[in-house]
Design a protein around this ligand. Structure first.
Ligand code: 4AD
Ligand code: MG
Length: 468
């Protein structure tokens, strides 16, 4: 078993007072020196929201050193005894018998100060913002959510597949791609026509970073039955919004012998499970963020609704009718065939359903070639799940499993069937109805933490023009 160097504060806080000495490491969050000749240190080690109160008596051998060096941000090691606390706010505290300074922190230059530091400012110091309670709370929730995602799929019999990050398929249609190349950017080799000769590149052909693991996920679903991917995804779109990242993590389940209804029920069960679990396990952090972030008002109540209610459902046709019947004047006028804009999605989520909703069966013209054509030949078996504040959280579909129709759809979309022979093989050899979706993990973290900007829920955000 892993031998930890010391006890973690999250565990210590739940213990009964005891006479055995304990050792604890952490960073000073604040220090208060009382006139009565004792100092109180609020010590944090990142393991939980609450700090551990350290009581330092003035007769400690190096008390003057503690006063000088145990300042905000400094790292220390404390040895002492766990006793019942006299003060309010904590059941136990540590009566220190030894305080050793491990790392000094220059209070004048430490960019994280006690007074409220704006999220904008903290975004410029991603390596230090994790020293704040806000980012520790967000990142603990992020980590717990990731574990819940894996637990959910494991409990439902899904195999986790690791689809490639480098891909040679350039036209999944999901978004603009980042090129992966080792050619000399100043002097790339050229062919007789004067074009860049990609056959001399690392893979002997052009390659990119993946925009989605879906196509590979489908091949594995057609062998393992139920699979999911959970990994980094890259989009080179110039979208500078609070909901877009150039590098984000996507969760993509894919199920054989499954139709659009099954897909929607999986999405509903997934959201209820991961949000319900996180709401319980991360209660302190969520409660803290609800108070801390203006965008997180009503957070627990909203999450409670998602965790306990069935996912609502509306077809695209009905959604358009609702939008028109509302009589509201939208910036983008509503008529059948439009792609839903953020203002339309907001109206459906905030006003009509007052919570998440799955919108299905969109016009084929505005959705990808691989979505199964409905019998009406107007719409496809698409599904988007819209949620408060973030808009689209999930995009998915039942896939086209009929070879001739898929060929026709590729053709209509101006794509070369030659580039999709593997994909078409699935429809040649034991084709099955199958369905899946993609969920943007950071949008889920925004939903659960109440954060309003997606740059605040990933450790090192990459966005257009920004990769420090
Ligand atoms: O709707 P999208 O583009 O769907 C796909 O890529 C499908 N191949 C998924 C599938 O069926 N397996 O992306 C899926 C989700 C979106 O709903 C959104 O939550 C998230 O991925 N997403 C982004 N998140 C952050 N930054 C971006 N630039 C994102 N683009 C998409
Ligand atoms: Mg989408």
């Amino acid at each position: 078993m892993y031998q930890a160097p010391s006890d973690r504060i999250v565990e210590i806080l739940h213990r009964e007072p005891a006479s055995d000495p304990i050792g604890v490491y952490g960073w000073v969050r604040s220090r208060r020196d009382s006139k009565a000749g004792v100092s109180f240190i609020d010590l944090s080690d990142g393991s939980c929201l609450q700090g551990l109160q350290i009581v330092v008596p003035s007769d400690l051998e190096n008390y003057s050193e503690v006063l000088e060096r145990a300042v905000l941000g400094a790292s220390i090691r404390v040895t002492g005894q766990l006793v019942a606390s006299q003060g309010r706010g904590q059941a136990v505290e540590v009566q220190a018998s030894e305080v050793a300074i491990i790392g000094d922190c220059d209070p004048e230059h430490f960019p994280i100060q006690k007074q409220h530091t704006s999220l904008e400012h903290l975004r410029s110091i991603p390596h230090l913002r994790i020293r704040t309670r806000t980012f520790q709370a967000i990142m603990r929730i992020r980590s717990y959510l990731a574990h819940s995602v894996h637990s959910f799929f494991a409990s439902q019999g899904f195999a986790w597949v690791h689809t490639p990050i480098i891909t040679a398929s350039d036209c999944e249609g999901a978004g603009a791609m980042f090129r992966v190349s080792t050619l000399d950017a100043d002097q790339p080799p050229r062919n007789e026509q004067g074009n860049i000769d990609w056959s001399q590149d690392f893979f002997g052909r052009e390659a990119w970073l993946t925009v989605s693991g879906q196509l590979e996920g489908e091949t594995y679903a057609c062998g393992l039955g139920r699979v999911y991917t959970f990994g980094p995804t890259f989009r080179a779109e110039n979208s500078n919004t609070s909901r877009h990242l150039s590098e984000f993590w996507m969760i993509e389940p894919e199920m054989a012998f499954c139709d659009l209804d099954g897909n929607r029920h999986l999405a509903g069960a997934f959201l209820r499970s991961v949000i319900g679990n996180t709401l319980q396990a991360c209660e302190d952090d969520i409660t803290f963020l609800e108070r801390q972030l203006p965008s997180a008002r009503g957070l627990r109540r909203n999450l409670d609704v998602i965790a306990n209610k069935d996912l609502r459902h509306i077809t695209y046709d009905e959604a358009i009718e609702r939008l028109i019947a509302s009589g509201k004047s939208f910036e983008f006028p509503v008529h059948w065939g439009i792609d839903l804009q953020a203002e339309h999605e907001r109206f459906l989520v905030d006003t009509v359903f007052k919570g998440p909703v799955a919108v299905t069966n969109y016009p084929k013209e505005i959705k990808a070639f691989y979505m199964r054509l409905d019998d009406n030949h107007r719409t496809v078996a698409a599904m988007d799940v819209l949620v408060p504040r973030m808009g689209e959280l999930i995009g998915g579909a039942q896939r086209e499993d009929r070879l001739d129709i898929l060929r026709q759809r590729l053709h209509e979309s101006g794509l070369d069937p030659e580039a999709y022979t593997d994909y078409l093989d699935l429809r040649r050899f034991g084709s099955v109805p199958h369905a899946g979706f993609g969920l943007g993990f950071e949008r889920l973290v925004c939903l659960v933490t109440g954060a309003s900007n997606i740059r605040d829920v990933i450790p090192y955000p990459r966005t257009p023009g920004h990769c420090p």
